[in-house]
Design a protein around this ligand. Structure first.
Ligand code: Z2T
Length: 798
């Protein structure tokens, strides 16, 4: 491992030769980046020592949004200075290398990024862990804006090789699909043999997960589908029928070709079920193989050595698959297999949206996974048998908790039944699970339920993304907070210190200028770094209510034009986020943002006051530029619908003030900072619940009674904003004809007032920057180190 600049230069030149096969001088910048990444990854590998005696956590997730790695790993290994100065000597710039790195989009949003933050914290805290996921050939689409609309381009991230991954053909495992199950009786017990219609090969690729200080290096193992040699149609090949011979290959590879781009809605496609089973079965086989290598057939200690976590229901077949392997391959009985599986597996729920709760038609499931289906049917049968049929309303309870019901396999119910622990991702979310969504389970097995409020990697999203603030902190409260994020509390002592507050303001300004430059580069729009940066970045979804934010801007614009006495501090409204290709409403909201931006940004009468920007292609890498520049964090979902949110935490840590509803983790943010340091508005979750129940809300009434609402809604239908890409009837209809399912108009007035009060506070610098510092000071709780420590102590027992 190199320590000095000199050693680095020597090793780097050597890496160019070994990795690229050229002298340093002859390598392109891209080739040099590639050699450097390989060098750092081998350095990380050297640090890795296999521990034997510990319990290991396997985190199964269909998505891992890891972001770029080079800058993060240099920081974690303490090599940033050595490498950047070494490169400078060689006439190179490390920043150029950072730019070249691809940001793998192997996830949709919060759920996938949470998995990546957990990998960071697990390694940084020194726990043995492996991430288990899918190596999608194409990540989430890249987003462009063309004529004011979202356009999707494929994300060909593997086009030029990905230097951080290492393929492990020797660890490939077969995965079966289709066919039938043969039963035989040997005079003693039944034997089951799955005769598949098709067997494919799952090939793992390992990416190192480097912890802070390089103490622990774990792996993220992502699986890719490939045909078995014998699966290749030799007959067709010999006949010269290459199209036919290749078709099989293409069909198999298709399994890991694409990431489904819908967050929180289902495709119902068989290919998705194949993806889910492929990575789950491969991961389980891998665990069993490794366990046998270390402990032979001491199955009785399996759950003391292995914890298996399922990130949502996507890997819900983990437990039945483990039982299948234990019974059919290792010869264990049902009871023993059940005991082992259910003592190992735990489950996190991430949403209460009914359209995201996975269900598979029984026929489809049984045809694709016949042996798994048998096992699930037996789990369901035993569950029904064990049911207490003497309590009132047991039929209703059974209907709500059974795995097989109405011709469908209910994956959430399967997950709860096979798991030793079930958790939600913020206090309010867990309460809603216990009292509404999974109410009957909570009555039956309350001890299974617990809350684990989400967290974020404070190293990536604060220390790395906000270097000016990091430096300022190191000068004032030291460096302890990198290991112990709760030490950010020490900042509270500086909340009244005017010269410190001025430095915080200056750091924010620097970050705003950095973002302004990025905006100029990506959109051509010039924004004023002295305006307030009001930012909403997240996936586009009706319940997240970007529309409420847009109506706010339309209303402000109307009033600025109509009333010469109406003044506010200048504000730049910034949006970013992707909409699923098929989600017309969400795409229309993006179209509306682009349309109002085009009108407002070209209107000289208001331009010194307001501007609107849509930043294309929101991703982990540009998120790291966006969060640190924010002053107002928009967290305005319909109360009860955002399970947690994690963007809210990233903004808060970077000193933005939250403008939000009492939803998800905003509730905990409020408790931590106190109501003077956050702006809360709108209906509460229970009020929404009651109004929905009673059907007492009528959107039309608000339209007729509130002139400002009427005006902005009418503008959706006239030619105010339709010049760029057409009208907005769909949005208008959702608010009025469909009676505003997400209570946008109902919360409008309270939102406007909250916004104006908050912006009013900006005039008093001391108040504002004191609030800002207070938010950062209280944000240590939201480090994923805290979250992981809770999972470790209370669920995984590592
Ligand atoms: C997702 O990002 C989330 C939930 C999902 O439910 C699916 C996806 Cl892709 C199946 C998000 C939640 O919306 C968000 O509130 C939460 O903070 C995040 O998961 C991590 O728990």
């Amino acid at each position: 491992m190199f320590k000095t600049k000199k050693e680095f230069k020597k090793e780097f030149e050597n890496a160019c030769l070994v990795v690229v096969g050229k002298d340093f001088e002859d390598c392109s910048t891209e080739e040099k980046y590639f050699a450097l990444a390989k060098l750092i990854s081998s350095q990380a590998g050297e640090l890795h020592e296999q521990k034997i005696a510990h319990k290991k956590i396997y985190y199964f997730s269909m998505e891992f949004l890891i972001g770029k790695l080079l800058e993060n790993y240099l920081m974690n290994l303490g090599l940033t200075k050595t490498v950047s100065e070494g490169l400078k000597d060689m006439g190179e710039s490390l920043e150029d290398y950072f730019d070249i790195e691809k940001d793998p989009g192997l996830g949709n949003g919060g759920l996938g990024r949470l998995a990546a933050c957990f990998m960071d914290s697990l390694a940084s805290l020194g726990y043995e862990a492996q991430g288990v996921g899918i190596r999608y050939r194409f990540g989430l689409f890249k987003q462009r804006i063309e004529d004011g609309r979202q356009v999707e381009d494929p994300d060909n991230w593997l086009e030029k090789d990905y230097p951080w991954e290492v393929k492990h053909l020797e660890a490939a495992v077969p995965v079966k699909f289709g066919g039938r199950v043969e039963k035989s009786y040997d005079g003693n017990e039944m034997h089951y043999q799955w005769i598949p219609e098709e067997t494919i090969l799952a090939v793992p690729y390992d990416i190192p997960m480097v912890g802070y200080d390089g103490k622990q290096v774990n792996t993220l193992r992502i699986w890719s589908a490939k045909p078995m040699e014998e699966g290749f149609d030799m007959d067709a090949f010999n006949r010269g029928d290459y199209a036919h011979a290749n078709k099989h290959r293409a069909d198999v590879q298709a399994i890991t070709d694409i990431l489904y781009p819908n967050d929180q809605s289902l495709s119902g496609r068989i290919l998705r079920l194949k993806q889910e089973y492929m990575f789950t079965a491969a991961g389980i086989m891998d665990i069993v193989n490794n366990f046998k290598k270390q402990y032979g057939n001491h199955w009785e200690i399996f759950s003391e050595k292995v914890a298996i976590h399922t990130n949502d229901t996507h890997p819900a077949v983990c437990a039945p698959e483990l039982m299948r392997v234990l019974m059919d391959q290792e010869g264990l009985g049902w009871d023993e297999s059940w005991k082992i599986a259910s003592a190992s597996v735990s489950y996190t729920n991430h949403t209460i949206l009914p359209e995201a709760l996975e269900k598979w038609p029984i026929d489809m499931f049984r045809n694709l996974l016949p042996r798994l289906y048998d096992i699930i049917e037996e789990i369901d049968r035993r569950y029904r048998d064990s049911f207490h049929k003497n309590v009132d309303g047991w039929q209703e309870q059974l209907k709500n908790t059974a795995i097989l019901w109405d011709g469908q396999v209910h994956m959430a119910n399967l997950s709860v039944i096979v798991s030793h622990h079930v958790n939600g991702v913020a206090d309010l979310h867990t309460e809603i699970l216990k009292n509404i969504v999974l109410k009957d389970f909570y009555t039956l097995v309350p001890e299974k339920f617990n809350n684990k409020t989400n967290g974020i990697s404070h190293r990536r999203f604060f220390a790395q993304a906000n270097p000016s603030y990091r430096k300022l902190l190191e000068e004032t409260i030291g460096k302890g907070w990198i290991h112990h994020p709760e030490e950010l509390e020490n900042l509270k002592k500086y909340e009244e210190n005017v010269s410190f507050l001025e430095k915080v303001e200056a750091s924010k300004k620097e970050n705003k200028i950095r973002l302004a430059n990025y905006i100029k580069k990506m959109t051509g729009i010039e924004v004023n770094p002295n305006s307030i940066f009001d930012i909403q970045v997240k996936r586009f979804h009706a319940y997240k209510r970007q529309l409420l934010n847009v109506l706010k801007i339309m209303d402000l614009y109307n009033r600025l034009l109509a009333d010469p006495n109406f003044h506010i501090h200048p504000v730049t409204f910034i949006f970013a986020g992707k909409a699923a290709q098929g989600y017309t409403f969400a795409k229309d909201v993006i179209r509306l943002i682009c349309a109002i931006a085009d009108v407002i940004n070209h209107d000289d009468r208001v331009n010194r006051m307001i501007k609107v920007v849509f930043i294309p292609n929101f991703s982990v890498s540009n998120a790291q530029i966006i969060y640190p520049a924010a002053e107002i964090s928009e967290q305005i979902s319909t109360a009860g619908m955002e399970a947690s949110g994690t963007g809210n935490m990233k903004f808060m840590m970077n000193g933005a003030i939250t403008l939000g509803t009492l939803d998800g983790a905003n509730v905990e943010i409020t408790q931590l900072v106190g109501s003077d340091n956050i702006k809360i508005f709108g209906l509460k979750a229970h009020e929404i619940e009651t109004m929905r129940h009673q059907g007492s809300y009528l959107a039309w009434t608000l339209y007729h009674e509130n002139q400002r609402i009427k005006k902005v809604l009418d503008q959706l239908m006239d030619d105010t904003y339709s010049h760029l890409s057409g009208g907005f009837d769909l949005i208008y209809d959702s608010l009025l004809r469909d009676n505003d399912s997400f209570f946008v108009l109902k919360d409008f007035e309270s939102y406007m007032n909250a916004f104006e009060e908050l912006v009013g506070l900006y005039e008093d610098k001391k108040t504002w920057w004191k609030m800002s510092v207070h938010n950062t000071a209280c944000s240590g709780y939201f480090s994923s180190d805290r979250t992981i420590e809770e999972y470790v102590q209370e669920i995984w027992k590592l």
